[in-house]
Write a protein that binds this ligand. Structure first.
Ligand code: FRU
Length: 494
């Protein structure tokens, strides 16, 4: 009965073997979604950073491709690694890399991380292009931008229609800053402005920035610009997460709205280095982010077998005005996730629970769970997931401090890193409203989206068995759970 747990997710992207961290170069090109990712071709810990590659028709079922950009020796004792970056579709061939008529280059812009044992590390922004979406050629005049510094990385590029130029955002991690550059041809870049330093979370260095524009969902006619960066976490204590800024970008300068910063995208411990896709169908209207589901605090020792590291499901971002008239971001699984729902295992309009109630038709560890919590005077009300003996992961509303929580302190194997056993909390709005919950469970990870994605938490878990059960619970007094729907999820990855 003790089948070895590999902890390979079934509908989340993971590399066929070996190590991954950040998603890179998310782009739609030649009728396919492409994911590139920080990859170690030689092992299951960080090293030899290269860009792995996979393609998909729906962002869920990925076909693995050969490594796109592989680390290489420079011949003088130094080597170059491919750190995180972006991929753009150069439709108008501004770069001139397209040679034949109508040939559209896919241009990857990455950080060249050069380790010269002795003289130290340098990071600069460089380029490689592809004419078939598979094989890349490095530009012979790299680097594009070199500040002759060690920490300068993670370029993200997009085409800005208004100013008719390419815009790059790139991090100066140790300065808690991002820089914005512009280019007519992806090759020559000029500095536009800098942002940061005075604003936001500075408990950790800033990495993997992104910038994009979104309409405000409940304020027709308004659009806002957003900058996201990876760095400190809302429950600090050395943890990692992603913060964001909302404001305006005039083609030169990003001006943040006066809001209570820092603001965070996800309150779990395992959502980092997220970037959005470029060039999506439908005029790039959807802004879809994939993040790395892991934390540098314990990524090297997670107990998965045969691979290490994986991505979140794709999440669509939107902006809304909250009950205090402040702009906020929400993020929710893309509709493509719903296509992988299998059998509806449970459906119930309403049930009052005092203590615990076993969901007897539910087993297995790939589920899409929806329900509504009607607030009661119970101190805690929610669901026990992946329950096996004493082990379980809790997701619940905590009345005392008005938060939604994930408790993974008893989730199974928690002993591989001191920061792993933890309870995450996301503050809830100060209203009496019901709480709509959606939870994706996929073997080794849990993604919680409350109220359509206004509150989000992502956590890895390593249960000790596949024989698991599920229970609703409410402490002291009864809580009513409404609109319960639980689907089995199908496998999208081999
Ligand atoms: C973020 C990061 C990036 C860097 C990459 C290296 O997780 O540190 O800043 O480009 O990982 O693998």
């Amino acid at each position: 009965s003790t089948k070895e747990m590999t902890y390979r997710p079934a509908f989340h992207f993971a590399p066929p073997q070996n190590w991954t961290n950040d998603p890179n170069g998310l782009v739609f090109y030649n009728d396919q979604y492409h994911i590139f990712y920080q990859y170690n071709p030689e092992g299951d810990t960080w090293g030899h950073m290269s860009w792995g590659h996979a393609t998909s028709k729906d962002m869920m079922k990925w076909e693995h491709q050969p490594v796109a950009l592989q680390d290489y020796p420079n011949g003088n004792g130094t080597s170059t690694m491919f750190f995180s970056g972006t991929a753009v579709v150069d439709k108008n061939n501004t770069s001139g890399f397209g040679k034949k008529d109508g040939e559209i280059p896919l241009v990857a812009i990455y950080t060249a991380h050069i380790d010269s044992s002795g003289t130290g590390i340098s990071q600069s922004q460089s380029l490689a292009y592809s004419l078939d979406g598979k094989q890349f050629t490095r530009y012979d005049k790299n680097p594009l931008i070199d500040l002759h510094t060690r920490d300068f990385r993670d370029p993200k590029v997009f085409w800005q229609e208004q100013s008719k130029q390419w815009i790059m955002i790139v991090a100066k991690p140790l300065d808690f800053k991002v820089q914005l550059y512009a280019s007519p041809d992806l090759k020559s870049w000029s500095l536009l402005s800098e942002f940061g330093d005075k604003f936001g979370d500075k408990s950790k260095i800033w990495e993997c920035p992104d910038i994009f524009e979104l309409p405000v969902e409940n304020e027709p006619g308004t659009t806002k610009w957003v900058i996201t960066v990876s760095g400190g976490h809302p429950q600090q204590n050395g943890n990692l997460g992603m913060q964001y800024f909302i404001g305006n970008f005039d083609g030169k300068t990003f001006t943040p709205d006066i809001l209570q910063y820092p603001l965070y995208l996800d309150y779990g411990k395992d959502f980092y280095a997220g970037i959005i896709f470029n060039n999506l169908p439908d005029n790039d209207k959807r802004k879809i982010m994939i993040g790395w589901e892991n934390s540098w605090e314990y990524a090297a020792t997670t107990p998965s077998k045969g691979f290490r590291g994986q991505m979140s499901v794709p999440r669509e971002l939107s902006i809304y005005k909250n009950e205090n008239s402040e702009y906020r971001i929400k993020s929710f699984p893309v509709r493509e996730v719903t296509s992988y729902r299998g059998q509806l295992l449970a459906t119930q309009n309403s049930v009052a629970v005092t203590g615990s109630k076993l969901l007897n038709s539910i087993s297995g560890s790939m589920l899409d769970i929806e329900f509504i919590i009607k607030k009661s005077s119970a101190e805690q009300a929610g669901i026990k997931l992946l329950k096996h003996g004493e082990n379980q992961t809790l997701v619940y509303y905590n009345k005392i401090d008005n938060t939604l929580k994930i408790d993974r302190t008893k989730s199974g194997n928690v002993g591989f890193g001191p920061k792993f056993p933890s309870i995450e909390s996301v503050p809830m709005p100060d209203t009496n409203d019901d709480i709509a919950i959606r939870i994706l469970v996929d073997r080794n990870n849990i993604e919680v989206f409350a109220n359509g994605g206004k509150q989000v938490m992502t956590d890895l878990v390593f249960p000790l068995s596949e024989k698991v059960s599920y229970e609703l619970f409410s402490t002291e007094v009864a809580t009513t759970f409404k609109n319960i729907n639980i689907w089995e999820m199908k496998t999208s990855m081999e």
